[in-house]
Write a protein that binds this ligand. Structure first.
Ligand code: R5P
Length: 293
């Protein structure tokens, strides 16, 4: 068994390999002068089962293409099995044709991943709003894991919140709010959200009232930060004492972190599915556990 990851996943790949006590496969990845990508597998993978760790974030087209080159090369070099671990799976939000003529990007990306001989795929808290199960999109065995138990444990260890009200900023976030609330032995609710544009959302509360409460907002992705900012505004106007945010994928586009802090959120916690300034929690144990299986 070999664990191998693209250059942007080096640290996560080493952590997973360390947990498993297995070798990290070696790669050479660079660009030709004309901008084309060069990839070479330096380890002997013949007859081996290979777990590929490749998060597809920030430069999704490039990192997806890197995955395609890598998986195809591994199979061609004699790997018996290629299991994809895609901690952040870009394009999952375009799972529907919202306007006539739009590309169904989620479906296209899934087809590409399958086309290079991927045998099985694992994602982590993949955006599944309208598509409720990854098996609706993938023909190969697929599993969506969650980082929320690890995030909730981290929040508990930080110990700054007293029996927090857990809030999911939209209906889809109920699954994560429930996990976090169970773990923290507390209550939860979700808000209603309407997306008005790429960076513009409208959020409305439902039953729960944050008056006098510490609050933990949980979500899968922080991209522009618009969702968290709107949710925080409501919670503060209700009289919340302290607000923390935990998300699996801290994409943090266009000054999101600054916006969230300016909105009165005290701590923002993310994982290393997208390495960055708030990646305090590693998803390595979740990946390692499933590679082991
Ligand atoms: C969407 O439904 C997701 O669960 C997140 O709430 C969303 O991607 C966050 O995006 P932004 O930070 O741009 O509001």
């Amino acid at each position: 068994m070999i664990v191998i990851g693209g250059p942007t996943c080096e640290s996560l790949t080493s952590k997973v390999a360390k947990e498993l006590g297995v070798e990290v496969g070696k790669l050479e990845v660079r660009r030709f002068p004309d901008g084309e990508k060069y990839l070479r597998v330096l380890s002997d993978v013949k007859g081996q089962s290979v777990a590929v760790i490749q998060s597809i974030h920030h430069t999704p087209d490039e990192l997806l293409f890197e995955y395609l080159l890598l998986a195809d090369a591994l199979k061609d070099l004699g790997a018996t099995r290629v299991t994809a671990f895609i901690p952040y799976f870009a394009y999952a939000r375009q799972d529907e044709r919202f306007k006539p003529g739009e590309a169904l990007s989620f479906r296209t990306v899934s087809k590409l991943i399958e086309s290079v001989g991927t045998d099985e795929i694992f994602t982590i808290d993949m955006h599944q709003h309208r598509v409720l199960k990854s098996s609706e999109v993938f023909k190969i065995p697929s599993h969506n894991l969650s980082a929320m138990p690890l995030l909730a444990d981290y929040v508990k260890k930080l110990g700054k919140l007293e029996r927090p009200l857990v809030i999911g900023p939209d209906a889809e976030a109920e699954q994560w709010a429930k996990i976090a609330a169970d773990r923290l032995q507390t209550d939860y609710d979700v808000f209603e959200k309407k997306r008005l544009g790429d960076a513009n959302v409208q959020v409305r509360p439902r039953k729960a009232n944050a008056n006098g409460r510490d609050v933990l907002i949980v979500d899968d992705i922080i991209s522009t930060g618009g969702t968290i900012v709107e949710a925080a505004k409501i919670l503060l106007s209700q009289g919340a004492r302290r607000i923390q945010v935990a998300c699996t994928h801290p994409i943090l586009a266009s000054g999101a972190l600054e916006k969230i802090r300016a909105a009165g959120v005290s701590d923002v916690i993310g994982t290393d599915t997208v390495p960055g300034p708030i990646s305090f929690v590693s998803v390595a144990p979740v990946i390692a556990e499933n590679v082991r299986k």
